[in-house]
Design a protein around this ligand. Structure first.
Ligand SMILES: [Zn+2]
Length: 327
């Protein structure tokens, strides 16, 4: 692990052995937002680990676990810095409670590394990328199944082709205590963890919780899993209450299926169910004439997340399927 250079983010001034908390004002062109930040600055040198949650609204388990994480850390025993941003996208979290921001309709986790001169949400992505992600020694982005989204807990990461980086990223992915780990075969696209990986930062996506539920036990389990990850990164010593991570099932993404029509969606599967290629994922019903359009799986695999809302428009993501690695 590298030792981070001194790092500050005005007006927060981290000091070794202390926890600092505050809000950072981020200008977005037509408006500004205040991004909350907690920095646990360890008394001992070590890596800087950045956690974000609340990139999307309505994803409560990740936000709650991030908000709890600082309370589980004693800065006198921490090696390095733990930077926690529990609400990365305040407009989407507080106002819309949806993936798209009410400011501009943009899904922030499709536009990383952002654009400092672009739409408000693109500017917010650029701020996160520049100030939090790019200089990190490790990065974790916490998501959950949103209010309309069924989900089976998993950890995602991207393969970059850099063996050293991929090895460090995989070790992180296996250290969280979530059994299903899904690899993306390249680091393309606008997800924050993909953009971080392209910048050489070991980065994982953690998806835990579903349907916008707020489940204190799930948040507690996740925050202790994150503590386990911090012990893998040697930021904290392995100890209770971090449970040892169990065996991992490795998967790769196989298909994302979108709605073929606007209408009413009747899913046939729940997250965690397996389906064969050609099997029925559900159907979309036209609310006027009652016509049903079946939606079939293009692959054999397991559903990790899927749409649970009744109403969908053409192109909405209905199902994300993964297959066992090597299968
Ligand atoms: Zn999300």
């Amino acid at each position: 692990m590298t030792t981070s250079a001194p790092w500050t983010l005005a007006p927060l001034r981290p000091e070794p052995g202390r926890v600092v908390r505050g809000r950072i004002r981020v200008e977005l062109g037509t408006t500004a937002v205040e991004v909350p930040l907690v920095v646990v600055d360890g008394a001992h040198p070590g890596p800087r680990v950045v956690f974000t949650a609340g990139m999307h609204g309505g994803e409560f388990t990740g936000i709650e676990a991030a908000a709890r994480l600082a309370d589980l850390l004693d800065p006198r025993r921490v090696h390095g810095q733990v930077v926690i941003c529990p609400v990365a996208n305040p407009p989407a979290v507080y106002d819309g409670r949806l993936a798209a921001s009410p400011l501009d309709g943009v899904n922030i986790n499709r536009v990383f590394p952002g654009d400092a001169g672009g739409l408000p949400t693109e500017r917010l992505a650029a701020w996160h990328f520049t100030h939090l992600l790019a200089g990190a020694d490790a990065y974790v982005d916490l998501h959950s199944g949103g209010i309309d989204e069924d989900l089976r807990d998993f950890v995602g990461h991207r393969l970059t082709g850099d063996p050293g980086l991929d090895r460090r990223t995989t070790a992180m992915a296996h250290g969280i205590g979530i059994a299903d780990v899904i690899a993306g075969l390249d680091a393309g696209g606008g997800n924050s963890h993909a953009a971080a990986a392209r910048a050489g930062v070991p980065a994982v996506l953690v998806e835990s919780g579903r349907l916008g539920e707020r489940d204190p036990e799930a948040a507690d389990r996740l925050s202790r899993g994150l503590l386990g990850l911090l012990s893998v990164l040697e930021v904290v010593a392995p100890s209770d209450p971090a449970p040892p991570a169990g065996p991992v099932r490795a998967w790769t993404w196989a298909a994302s299926v979108t709605a073929p029509a606007t209408g009413l969606w009747y899913p046939a599967l729940s997250a965690g169910d397996d389906v064969a290629a050609g099997g029925v994922l559900g159907y979309v019903r036209d609310p006027a004439d009652g016509r049903r359009t079946p939606v079939l799986s293009p692959v054999t695999g397991r559903l990790f997340y899927g749409m649970r809302a009744l109403t969908v428009s053409t192109g909405a993501e209905l199902a994300a399927l993964a297959r066992r690695s090597g299968a």
